[in-house]
Design a protein. Structure first.
Length: 223
């Protein structure tokens, strides 16, 4: 019987190969066992993560990441999907954050958080923030730098609070009550119901929201 979970290292983190046929409940049990066995090798490591071999829904991805976090001491910086353009974007965010941290002895300028922000809750970051989870209506996420929501953004997101004109807001599902970058705000309402990841950025002072694709990624700068 082949191993239902295979872990392979790469330049940016870990690739986790998942059995495409095993029921998800059993797969999560195998994932927990595999990372418990390997926990001593990755203790305290900050890594990017990709899942391969099996197409996962957002709920299944969240369950897989939660299982890994609960059974190891790995700090997951971001989850990379199989779309090359989106992979390049998240990889660039990770690389630039690592460069900032390696070039300074100050506290890291970015942070990674896991969980869902519910109505009335607020998350604020001094630099950029990556949230693995959802931002529900009535919740708010704010950062002086970039905001990346690896989940659904249905509340309020405020990026570039320090006046950063190149800040971006990215979400796997973009259905916010309000988004703001610097001094530019937008209340999308029901206009953004397109499937797939989207990115909000400033274009000559105007806040734009577009599907996260290679053409947009090439135009956006993350200074």
């Amino acid at each position: 019987m082949r191993d239902p979970v295979i872990i392979k290292g790469n330049h940016y983190g870990l690739s986790v190969f998942l059995d495409p046929e095993l029921p998800m409940e059993q797969l999560l049990e195998a994932l927990a066992s595999k990372f418990r066995e390997a926990s001593r090798f990755f203790r305290g490591a900050s890594l990017a993560l990709s899942f391969e071999g099996r197409a996962l829904t957002q709920e299944e991805t969240n369950a897989a990441v939660n299982t890994i976090c609960d059974n190891s001491e790995i700090h997951i910086s971001c989850v990379i999907d199989t779309d090359k353009a989106r992979e390049a974007f998240f990889r660039r965010v990770l690389e630039e954050q690592e460069e900032k941290e390696s070039g300074s002895h100050k506290e890291p300028e970015g942070q990674f958080c896991k969980g869902t922000l519910r109505s009335g809750q607020m998350l604020e970051a001094e630099g950029s923030v990556i949230l693995l989870g959802d931002v529900n209506p009535g919740a708010r996420i704010a950062a002086k730098g970039n905001i990346i929501v690896l989940g659904a953004l249905r509340g309020t997101a405020l990026a570039g609070l320090s006046g950063e004109k190149h800040a971006v807001i990215v979400a796997l599902e973009m259905e916010p009550v309000q988004i703001r970058i610097g001094g530019a705000a937008l209340r999308p309402g029901g206009r953004f119901k397109a499937c797939g990841p989207q990115i909000a950025y400033l274009d000559f002072g105007q806040l734009r929201v577009e599907p996260l694709c290679k053409e947009i990624i090439d135009e956006v700068h993350l200074d």
